[in-house]
Design a protein around this ligand. Structure first.
Ligand SMILES: CC(C)(COP(=O)(O)OP(=O)(O)OC[C@H]1O[C@@H](n2cnc3c(N)ncnc32)[C@H](O)[C@@H]1OP(=O)(O)O)[C@@H](O)C(=O)NCCC(=O)NCCS
Length: 180
């Protein structure tokens, strides 16, 4: 398995293998953010097939109630492994580790992520990986466009977890990742 930064030529295959809901163009939106220097969009590949994603938002969590408290803390967002049969094989963990190593390489001392209240399995995974509760609860707001192009706004109750990145702690090298 290889985890690397998204390239423009990946977008078509990403949409085919990990489809966005309706007309949302999720992968293209994340790639455009990366092009503007706001994020790094990581893609996990197995045998030239994209199977996982994770986006590091370098300016931190978009939710103001989190960003005010953790303004310098990049957020790992959009973590997903697809299809579901490939979950629980270590792919998500590899994406998290790569994100941590990139954040560390950029001089960050911590990285955070949000987990929604209805996702205890993901929360347990993050806690096993060293992410700690902050008590910072917020509404994870996003929208998607359905098949007709109609916008749907979502606000999921979530909480923010943070991991301290210490020198020598990153076990996984960033080999195979083109850091921006
Ligand atoms: C949450 C998610 C990204 C985690 O990715 P993943 O690839 O499934 O995670 P990992 O395989 O690294 O670790 C998860 C589990 O596999 C186990 N595991 C890790 N490596 C393993 C291996 N080599 N062999 C067997 N099991 C392994 C872990 O112990 C963990 O146990 P669990 O199933 O009881 O939780 C993924 O499951 C997913 O896409 N879920 C749906 C979307 C989602 O919830 N996204 C998170 C939003 S916050």
């Amino acid at each position: 398995m290889d985890t690397r930064e998204c390239q423009e030529q990946d977008l078509e295959l990403l949409e085919a293998c990990m489809p966005s809901p309706g007309q949302t163009r999720r992968h293209a939106i994340r790639f455009e953010r990366q092009q503007r220097g706001l994020s790094t969009y990581l893609i996990a590949w197995v045998d030239d097939v994209p199977v996982g994603t994770g986006e590091i938002l370098w300016q931190g969590c978009a939710a103001p109630e989190v960003n005010q408290r953790y303004p310098q803390c990049p957020e790992l967002n959009g973590l997903a492994v697809w299809p579901a049969e490939l979950q629980s094989q270590g792919i998500g963990t590899a994406v998290v580790r790569t994100a941590e190593a990139l954040a560390h390489d950029r001089g960050h001392h911590q990285i955070g992520l949000g987990v929604t209240d209805d996702n205890p399995r993901a929360a347990a995974l993050y806690q096993r990986l060293g992410y700690q509760e902050t008590g910072c609860c917020y509404l994870d707001r996003y929208h998607y466009l359905d098949d007709h192009g109609h916008r749907h706004d979502v606000a999921d109750p979530a909480r923010f977890l943070v991991k301290q990145l210490q020198v020598g702690q990153q076990e996984h090298p960033t080999a195979g990742v083109r850091a921006s």
